[in-house]
Design a protein around this ligand. Sequence first.
Ligand SMILES: NC(=O)c1ccc[n+]([C@@H]2O[C@H](COP(=O)([O-])OP(=O)(O)OC[C@H]3O[C@@H](n4cnc5c(N)ncnc54)[C@H](O)[C@@H]3O)[C@@H](O)[C@H]2O)c1
Length: 266
Amino acid sequence: MLTSIPELPLSGRTAIVTAAGAGIGRAIALEWAAQGGIVVAADLHADSAEATARSIRQARGESVWATVDVTAPDAMSQAVAAALDSYGRVDALFNVAGASLPRRVDEMDDTDWYRMIDINLTSVYRCSKAVIPELRRAGGGSIVNVSSTAGLLAENRCAAYSAAKGGVLLLTKNMAMDYAADSIRVNAICPGSTMTPRIREYLDRVPGHDSMIDGLCPMKRFAEPAEIARPAVFLASDAASYITGAVLAVDGGLTAGKHFAIFEDA
Ligand SMILES: NC(=O)c1ccc[n+]([C@@H]2O[C@H](COP(=O)([O-])OP(=O)(O)OC[C@H]3O[C@@H](n4cnc5c(N)ncnc54)[C@H](O)[C@@H]3O)[C@@H](O)[C@H]2O)c1
């Protein structure tokens, strides 16, 4: 007897994912596709964007790729064109691209400051602005902004990064209010320390640093990128249909409270 294959929850939904070439962005792209969604993998580096799209297609998913520099004035033009040319619509945007800079205020010049604000905060404004008309045209949709635990709690020597990631959270809430009437939901996630290739490379270079996570995070481990991707995709899915303006910490308890090792033996 023939049985029909149940439709996956995101079948036919097209998402643009920035920074899809590596780390958290790549994991979000793979998770969206695993749930049946179509992915426009957008990255500064064409080869890594293409590699993500290829991985999705090899797993029988649907994906195209685009070169996107989220700091460029027309950052999203290629990605939006790729989505419309191939699939005729955009249903979701994941603003993932960002970068950090370990500098105190007196260690930065204006160029450093504006670069951090641009890549982490202005990029969310810029990419969202380009995609909102398409979400409206599709009858609604979802934006998920990737902030950081550094946007919830100050992180030493990350002045501009923390300021920008904190800004992303209020921008998220503002957009949630402004576009609810268009059925566009806007949410943010705040990942804790996540074992992306960039972090792995850093830990290999600075021996001993990986054990610092034990003192910082109650779960005493880094997140895997897929553990950030699953809640990000949940926020963009219909399972989160009444969630907008929310900030979800995905951090193994890192921001749950102060961690006083001193009381552990008392
Ligand atoms: N990894 C972590 O521990 C962690 C923790 C909290 C928040 N975050 C945030 O998550 C996001 C992703 O971090 P990650 O560590 O997975 O990324 P990453 O730094 O490893 O970079 C991932 C991808 O971003 C692309 N990229 C860099 N600049 C770009 C630009 N201007 N335009 C488009 N793409 C660009 C790179 O080519 C790369 O493929 C960032 O916003 C970061 O601040 C990461």
